[in-house]
Ligand binder design. Structure first.
Ligand code: PGA
Length: 252
């Protein structure tokens, strides 16, 4: 069965103590979750403490990035094994901010996805077009390339989550319409079907991300191929994040 996901990407916010407080507030307010997964992705420095704070709950831990080597002279990097060691189940890979500010290319994303899977982590692979690309009408070719190159050489897709995050919608308050998002989600699912065969792909979760709030998620999640949300800004306040979880668990 395909389970929905609500994932909170805390980005470069919160000290350790602030992260613990937020994690505890989410844990306390969590409704009974039957067929879904709740994921939070604090900064690296808060992963251990947040892992302790959420233990015994249904909330799963994710990292926001990783490097594609096991160990060695890579100053400043974190390996997938280290993320497993600290308790991560998921890792966000190829977020548009990584692509934009840290020059990650599809090839880096691909290496990271493969390495995460080898280490037993579940990648949340992010794709999405810029405003300019949407206006030019090349959304599908851009997203299609990101999906295909990101998954190049990946034999089994079961443990992968895809997040469609139009860059023009991230942190802008300009959310995609449910129809715009569904169109791209459907397109992505079809690519996956061509690559991996129909029945496997039915269970793959494709999340929408970009200015998600409790007020707009209801209409998005009603769409057939939208299976959850990757949330930035609204994941930094327990009430706002819990509101999104309640909306989704009530509808899926
Ligand atoms: P936003 O960020 O919800 O603040 O738009 C989403 C994301 O970057 O994952």
């Amino acid at each position: 069965m395909r389970e929905w996901i609500v994932a909170g990407n805390w980005k470069m916010h919160n000290t350790i103590n602030e992260s613990i407080a937020l994690a505890k507030a989410i844990k306390q307010g969590l409704p009974v979750v039957k067929n879904g997964e709740i994921i939070i992705a604090p900064t690296f420095t808060a992963l251990f403490s947040v892992g302790e704070a959420i233990s015994g709950s249904k909330i799963l831990l994710a990292a926001q990035n990783m490097y594609y080597e096991d160990k060695g002279a890579f100053t400043g990097e974190i390996s997938p094994g280290m993320l497993k060691d600290v308790g991560c189940t998921y890792v966000i890979i190829g977020h548009s901010e990584r692509r934009k500010y840290f020059h990650e290319q599809d090839n880096d994303v691909n290496l990271k996805v493969k390495k995460a899977l080898m280490a037993g982590l579940k990648p949340i692979m992010c794709v999405g077009e810029t405003d300019e690309e949407r206006v030019k009408g090349v959304t599908q070719s851009v997203v299609g390339r990101q999906v295909k190159e990101g998954l190049n050489g990946v034999e089994k897709i079961d443990n992968i989550v895809i997040a469609y995050e139009p860059i023009w919608a991230i942190g802008t308050g300009k959310v995609a319409t449910p129809e715009q998002a569904q169109e791209v989600h459907f397109f992505i699912r079809n690519i996956l079907k061509n690559l991996y065969g129909g029945s496997t792909v039915d269970d793959i979760r494709i999340l929408y991300g970009g200015s998600v709030t409790k007020d707009n998620i209801g209409d998005l999640i009603a769409m057939k191929d939208i299976n959850g949300a990757l949330v930035g800004g609204a994941s930094l306040k327990a009430d706002a994040f819990l509101g999104i979880i309640r909306q989704i668990s009530g509808k899926k």
